[in-house]
Design a protein around this ligand. Structure first.
Ligand code: NAD
Length: 486
């Protein structure tokens, strides 16, 4: 049985709070670890360690040396891929395939890409005229923002946490990470790797615990935290924004979504099925960018629904212990109850259940896990909760449409604005329709295809700000304009 301590100032330590909580396996329901919970004194120690590290070796390190060190870190993560996979799949119940192909390599890439970028990024310079004719030179300087509080979710723990820590460290900040209470393992393990490559102590700190009244709230309220980057639910973002208002700390938010996929009659149907099978069911639907609303042009509606049904029914459920599993459990019993409440609501509202809608029965250890059936509905009105609210499970509602105008209006009729997927072989239409979708990320004939230099984030209640590439520099640095009169 594992015990996850806190990682503060380069060392693993017990929480001074003396409090612990259990972590259970999503695929069997059995306890797999005890986790130390950080309260005020622990949070204070971590934030002070991060603040002090800014004044020491890390703060004085030339940018090129810092970036080289982060490249070494990326290589060291890659070298320990099997350990990270084990830690991640045990916490999340993800299939090994997802951890191996997506999550852990992206974790290493999140350090590599920002280290490379920072090393080669130049600055802005503006020469100006002055009345005396000698002129002035303006240099836009970037300084680290300071101590960054990183609050991350459980759905792709290592990928999403390093997506913040990578650019934060590349820009010269220090971090205190509060991973989700459901996924403490990989953030904890990363401390070992930080030490192994010689990242100075205090640069990377990890505290465990919950949100309200626990480590999360205490971290975001701490006066020495200079910026907060958060990935999670929109409602939590609202709470964190209030906490960050005290002392006017900057925030960067990546929040929930209710993302549409639009399938035109001219789409390559094999491609449409392949893309939406992934966008609906990958990671058991627990992907912020995932599709929960599908709009299909009427002539191909029946064909599409019957092929998606066949795909969903061919998925094999199981956790990392199940050979050949293609879809895992949900993260927790609590989350399963939430998803099942939507399954029940869909039935009450009179949805046509194309497939699924319940809990599978197993005659092995999976019976204790948090599985639900992959589910497809049709027939509900656009204003129903199923079509409006983020469920975050392996399910989608499919609606037919007749015109471009109609489908654009339906796709945009949401409080969210994170991502969208358009399937068509007509490039002009892709450009025309894509340009009218109110979302931060729009894919054509694909999904989750990410160039880390591009902007990432959501509009409306799906987020505040953009990260990725140079956009991350805007959040993780403070600008000063140095105006030199010549
Ligand atoms: P969550 O909001 O419940 O929790 C996220 C983190 O916030 C956890 O570490 C939690 O302990 C912490 N937290 C909760 N309340 C807090 C508070 N008051 N103060 C400080 N910290 C607090 O989200 P979740 O259930 O872990 O993750 C799923 C959600 O994340 C979904 O809504 C999903 O769409 C969203 N998400 C968004 C993106 C994106 O890039 N936009 C990516 C992944 C997940």
């Amino acid at each position: 049985m594992k015990t996850h301590q806190l990682f503060i100032d380069g060392a693993y330590v017990d929480a001074r709070s003396g409090r612990m909580f259990d972590k259970v396996s999503p695929s069997t329901g059995e306890k797999i670890a005890t986790v130390h919970e950080a309260l005020a004194e622990d949070v204070d120690l971590a934030v002070n360690a991060a603040a002090n590290a800014l004044k020491g070796e890390w703060g004085k390190m030339p940018k090129a040396v810092r970036c080289d060190l982060l490249m070494e870190l990326a290589n060291a993560i890659a070298a320990r891929t099997p350990d990270f996979i084990e830690a991640e799949v045990a916490d999340t119940g993800h299939t090994r395939h997802f951890a191996e192909k997506v999550e852990i390599p992206r974790g290493a890439a999140n350090f590599r890409i920002f280290a490379e970028m920072l090393k080669h990024t130049g600055g802005e310079f503006y020469q100006m005229d002055t009345p005396d004719g000698t002129g002035a030179a303006n240099l836009e300087l970037h300084r680290p923002k300071g101590v960054i509080g990183v609050i991350s979710p459980w759905n792709a723990p290592f990928l999403l946490m390093t997506w913040k820590v990578g650019p934060a460290l590349a820009c010269g900040n220090t971090v205190v990470v509060k991973p989700s209470e459901e996924s403490p393992a990989t953030a904890t393990l990363l401390g070992e790797v930080m030490n192994s490559v010689g990242i100075p102590k205090g640069v990377y700190n990890v505290i465990h615990g919950f949100g309200p009244g626990s480590a999360g709230e205490l971290l975001t309220q701490h006066p020495k935290v200079n910026g907060i980057t958060f990935t999670g639910e929109t409602r939590t973002g609202e709470a964190i924004m209030k906490q960050a208002a005290v002392g006017l700390r900057d925030v960067s938010f990546e929040l929930g979504g209710k993302n549409p996929a639009i399938i035109f009659a001219d789409a390559d149907m094999d491609k449409a099925i392949e893309v939406t099978m992934r966008s609906v069911f990958a990671n058991t639907g627990q992907v912020c960018l995932g599709t929960e609303r599908i709009y299909v042009e009427r002539p191909v509606f029946d064909e599409y629904v019957s092929r998606l049904k066949a795909g969903a029914e061919a998925l094999k459920q199981g956790g990392p212990e199940t050979p050949g599993a293609t879809i895992g459990p949900l993260i927790s019993d609590e989350h399963r109850q939430k998803v099942l409440s939507y399954y029940a609501k869909a039935r009450e509202l009179g949805a046509t259940v194309i497939t699924g809608g319940g809990v599978p029965d197993f005659d092995d250890a999976r019976q204790g896990g948090f599985f639900v059936e992959p589910t497809i509905w049709t027939g509900l009105p656009e204003d129903s909760a199923i079509v409006k609210e983020e469920i975050f499970g392996p399910c989608c509602h499919v609606t037919p449409f007749d015109t471009e105008e109609e489908v654009i209006a339906m796709a945009n009729d949401t409080t969210y604005g994170l991502s969208a997927t358009i399937l068509t072989e007509n490039l002009s239409r892709a450009h025309r329709v894509g340009g009218q979708i109110e979302a931060g990320l729009i894919w054509v004939n694909s999904w989750f295809l990410r160039d880390l230099r591009t902007s990432f984030g959501g509009s409306k209640s799906s987020g505040i700000g953009r990260e990725g590439g140079v956009h991350s520099l805007e959040f993780y640095t403070e600008r000063s304009n140095l105006c030199i009169k010549l």
